[in-house]
Design a protein around this ligand. Structure first.
Ligand SMILES: CC(C)(COP(=O)(O)OP(=O)(O)OC[C@H]1O[C@@H](n2cnc3c(N)ncnc32)[C@H](O)[C@@H]1OP(=O)(O)O)[C@@H](O)C(=O)NCCC(=O)NCCS
Length: 171
């Protein structure tokens, strides 16, 4: 099996990323969200990662900033996470998640939130975000899906409701 390399996304990858995200989620709403995020103030180009295998993009993840209500602080949100269906269950998602969290840690970020599969994210150290005093942006996130991970720069004073950017629609 060819080696998988995780690296920061480039403009030239955007079409391939769209294909991978569309294939992973089965519809184009999530890749539309990625395009929207890239144009938003929360986008951090160096925190968007592709997994590449034999020169092809086979996986993608991104961290972008969201606000914490009542503070002037921003925290990172992990979304989306996608691996091409024929390359799933080979550790590619794990490698992408670890790379993104390591990069956030290196920047001194306090934490990362995710709205995702409760059975998947604990492997990275994610736990219920309420444990860290972080309330969900909307009441309709299924129980267990709202998670956070504290990084080395964690600050216990950073609590409150997470607010998604205006116009951001989670598919
Ligand atoms: C979720 C996803 C990114 C995982 O990527 P991956 O490369 O397959 O993940 P890894 O190989 O690192 O880990 C595989 C493990 O993840 C877990 N896993 C994968 N998908 C899962 C799911 N939908 N629900 C629960 N656990 C899941 C399994 O436990 C699996 O372990 P196993 O092979 O022992 O059963 C990938 O399956 C995907 O793109 N899914 C469709 C899009 C999606 O749902 N993204 C996440 C939205 S929050």
């Amino acid at each position: 099996m060819p080696a998988v390399v995780v690296r920061v996304e480039k403009t030239a990858d955007f079409d391939a990323i769209t294909s991978v995200v569309d294939a992973a989620f089965g519809d184009p709403t999530v890749s539309a969200m990625v395009a929207w995020l890239r144009e938003s103030p929360g986008y951090v180009p160096e925190l968007a990662f592709v997994a590449e295998e034999a020169g092809h993009v086979v996986g993608y993840t991104m961290l972008s900033y969201v606000a914490v209500e009542g503070t002037d602080r921003r925290v990172l949100m992990l979304t989306p996470m996608a691996v091409r269906p024929d390359r799933q269950r080979r550790g590619i998602g794990t490698a992408l998640g670890r790379a993104a969290l390591a990069a956030a840690d290196e920047r001194g970020e306090p934490l990362v939130v995710v709205e995702g599969i409760p059975a998947y994210y604990p492997r990275f150290g994610f736990r219920p975000a309420l444990d860290l005093g972080l309330l969900p942006p909307t009441p309709n996130i299924p129980e267990g899906a709202w998670m956070a991970i504290a990084l080395a720069g964690y600050d216990t004073a950073l609590r409150g409701r997470v607010v998604y950017p205006a116009g951001f629609l989670v598919p």
